[in-house]
Design a protein around this ligand. Sequence first.
Ligand code: AMP
Ligand code: MG
Length: 403
Amino acid sequence: MLSHEEARRKVIEQVGKMGGPHARASVSVWDALGLVLAQEVKTDRDYPPFDRSTRDGYAVCSRDVKAGAQLKCAGEIKAGDTVTEPLAAGTCVQIMTGAAVPSGADAVIMIEYTQRDGELVRFERAAQAGQNIVPRGSEAQAGQTVLKPGMRLGFAELALAAQVGAVQLQCAKRPQVAILSTGDEVVLIDQQPGPFQIRNSNTVSLAAQVRIAGGEPVVLGNAADRAEDLGEKIERGLKKDALVLTGGVSMGKYDLVESVLKALGAEFFFDAVAIRPGKPAVFAICQGKPVFGLPGNPVSTMVTFQLFVTPAIDLLSGAEGHSLPLVEARLGEALNERPGLAHFLPARIEWRGAEPGVKALKWQGSGDIAALAGANCFLVVPAGREKIATGERVSVWLRKDVV
Ligand code: AMP
Ligand code: MG
């Protein structure tokens, strides 16, 4: 059985071969949050475009300013002013944050370290060349590539595009991810379930996870535990960029997902992973599309989606598929787990002391959505570990949507 790292690598290897993105669109920076860039963005000029003061104070020639020096103030420059005149020898000018430093000046002294007496400015401290000035072109030079294809556009990336005037961006279209639940016990979420039925909450979590991962969810509804119905709906799902199924992958008599996929020509890369929850997770390529058969228990569905489907959506969008982003924290309460499988325990991480601390939450196993809804992370217990003492360092996988 593969470890979750190996299984994730398999997904990255196989979906990586499909070479995304397959479709692009021109998108306004206002609408591009979370999309993957499909072009290079170059600067239109130097950044900053002039030597920029980072403080309110006085622009000086550093040679003129020893501690206690006095200079005549020859004027004022505010942000946005056109600056062409050089600093006259033996003078200073008052300057504001964001304003252009005149030629001849090589330092800005913060106003806090000066005293003004009419036209005269007295400096408490010696100046150092370069102080409080960001030189022209030091952030980026004209024509330099500042954003590359494959980068996911967050707020900083969008601000950078806006700064250089790239107001329309070629982006990968969100891959369409079909979502199909299975099971005779499953009813629509706005239906009253019978005493032994359950609402289809997995399609809701999956649709949300697809969105967060950068895909566009296409909810196909629910397939009965019958090969014909399942087969028909799977074929519909295979028309999208990827297909995610939930339920029907365990060992039960009515767990038909694998056999139906096989009949449709699927090639399987794993059909079990050494994790709890989520052990029966399946990954296959069927008719050229990645297909994920996730277990039906809701927490298993959520964990296996994050582990295996998220990197596939990255790759289908032209971004990189990266390994699991883990952080370390001190265990707040000792653990005693069954060894053999890696465990992903709903947990809470807090940043109170010098180091983050984490505690697993009480839960009833992989059906317990309520426990996960109070968790902001998963505590990752490696397959070999059984007892972990309070105070040990453990790996934590943050829930990106709530932290
Ligand atoms: P399965 O993997 O098909 O054996 O399903 C395991 C359990 O997961 C079922 O007994 C249900 O309690 C639950 N389950 C399956 N499908 C869903 C769904 N779409 N939404 C919520 N819970 C589900
Ligand atoms: Mg089922």
